[in-house]
Design a protein around this ligand. Sequence first.
Ligand code: T5A
Length: 222
Amino acid sequence: MRGRFITFEGGEGTGKSTHSTLLADRLKSLGTRVVLTREPGGSPGAEVIRHVLLSGVAKPLGIEAEAVLFAAARGDHVRNTIEPALAQGVWVVCDRFLDSTRVYQGSLGHLDPLFIRALERVTIGDLKPDLTFVLDVPAEIGLARASKRRGERVADRFEAESRAFHEALREAYREIVAAEPGRCIAIDATEPKAAVAERIWKTVTERFDSTRVSSLPAGAAS
Ligand code: T5A
C-alpha cells in the first residue's frame, strides 16, 4: 500500500519544523515508517539549491528564475526522496511543498499562475499531498518566533522581507485553504505547542485509518 503524504505550510516562524517533527516522531513511535523531509531541500541536489536560494544570491536574477530554481529543487526531491518512499509504503511528512511556490512566487511574486502550473506539471506531475496543514499565526508573532530562534544569525532572503509581505503571505495561505478545503486544514498555531500538536494528531487519525496509524508493530518503524 502506498504511503501517505502530509505537508506543512505557513509563513515564517509559524511552527512548521516543530510540528512536522512532532508528527513524524509520533507516527514512528506507533510503528509507522516515516520520512521527515523539507523544502527547499530534502535530497542532496536540492540541498545545494536551497543554499543558493536562501542566501539571496539568486534574487537579482528575478522572480521567474527563483521559481525555476525552487522547481528544480522540488523535482530532485520528488524523484529521489518522496516518490521512492511513498512507493514503498513509507509515509512522508514534508516541511513546505508546492503551496509555498504558489504563495511566495505566485501570489506574492505576481508570477503568472499558468507559469506556476507549468512548473508543477514538470516537477510533480500528478503527485499531490494527501493532507496539508496550514499553520496560521499573525505575521508579527511568526516573525518574533523566527527571530528568537535565529538568535545572532542574519535573517535569510525571505525573513528579511517587509512586514506587509508577511501579512500578505498569511492572506494568500488563507485563500489556498478556502480553495482546497478537502486537502488543506488551517490550524490556529497561536495556541501552545502541545495544543497545536494534539489538533494535528486528531486530524491525522480522523483523516486516515486510525487503526492502521496506531496498530502497526513498533519494530516496523524506519
Ligand atoms: N520558499 C520555499 C519559497 O519562496 N518557495 C518555495 O517553493 C519554498 C519551498 C524556506 C524559505 O523558502 C521560501 C519560504 C521560506 O522563506 P526555511 O529556512 O525553511 O526557509 O524557513 P521556514 O520554512 O520559514 O521555517 P522557519 O524555520 O522560519 O519557521 P517554522 O519552521 O515555521 O517554525 P519553527 O517550527 O522553527 O518554530 C519557530 C520558533 O517558534 C517556536 C519554536 O520552538 C521555534 O523556536 N514555536 C512556538 N512557540 C510558541 N508556541 C507555539 N505554538 C510554537 N510553535 C513553534
